[in-house]
Write a protein that binds this ligand. Sequence first.
Ligand SMILES: C[S@@+](CC[C@H](N)C(=O)[O-])C[C@H]1O[C@@H](n2cnc3c(N)ncnc32)[C@H](O)[C@@H]1O
Length: 251
Amino acid sequence: MGNQSEVRKNFGERASDYRLSTTHSNPVDLERMISLLIPHPNAIALDVATGGGHTAIALAGCVKKVVAIDITPEMLAEAEVAAKQSGLKNIVFQMADVQHLNFTDGQFDIVASRFAAHHFFDINKAVHEMCRVLKPGGKFYILDCSVFDGDETEKEINRIEYLRDSSHRCSYSPRQWNHILNKLPLTLKQTSLLREQYKLPQWFDRMGTDRKNQKEIFQILYNLSEDSKTLYPFGDDYITTYRYEILAIKT
Ligand SMILES: C[S@@+](CC[C@H](N)C(=O)[O-])C[C@H]1O[C@@H](n2cnc3c(N)ncnc32)[C@H](O)[C@@H]1O
């Protein structure tokens, strides 16, 4: 069954926080996604793991129709509230697991997913499904938390993420993403590793990370090698993190 119940529990308890999150609704990120995708007005898009609906709503303003899926019912309810507030009527919400998509092959012009792949229990199955439902020539977009290439960062930063959120599965480094996507009929058009800072305690609060785990997270950061510490500066009120953005075309 994987981590579905953990995901549903962790997100279900905090669904409205994700709808209201300024990190997830950041217009700079959403505009960059649109400028990379250059959506056609007649396009049909799939938003995988819609969360508070930010990706679906940004896409819906530019395409004919968006299908937005998620496995957490409370999240879908919040996304529907956000869609209603936006006044957009071309989004259909469905409960579905990315690893078992109930769509025919090649149904979508765009398949996008933001801030979610690190939760997918079987990433290979998830991206295989996302790619299967995309038309040849269709656009595949992912933005997700990531880690710097390297054994230490891949292991230790993921330990931090797991201590913060027990439904965290893996933030993949660029080299790991390349390995995952290489197996699929996709041509990479653009990839970027983006450095970010998360404000504390907001980053902890969004997932209800307890004091014990917060302490352990700082201990891991203090114990990083000097090289990793320069990549991951931190303070009492912030933590450094990376995101990986991928645009690919289905061949
Ligand atoms: C941080 S939220 C997504 C944010 C959203 N995409 C945005 O752009 O603001 C992560 C979402 O992933 C969903 N999720 C996790 N695993 C999933 C899976 N296997 N299939 C579908 N949704 C999943 C969770 O329920 C949660 O709503």
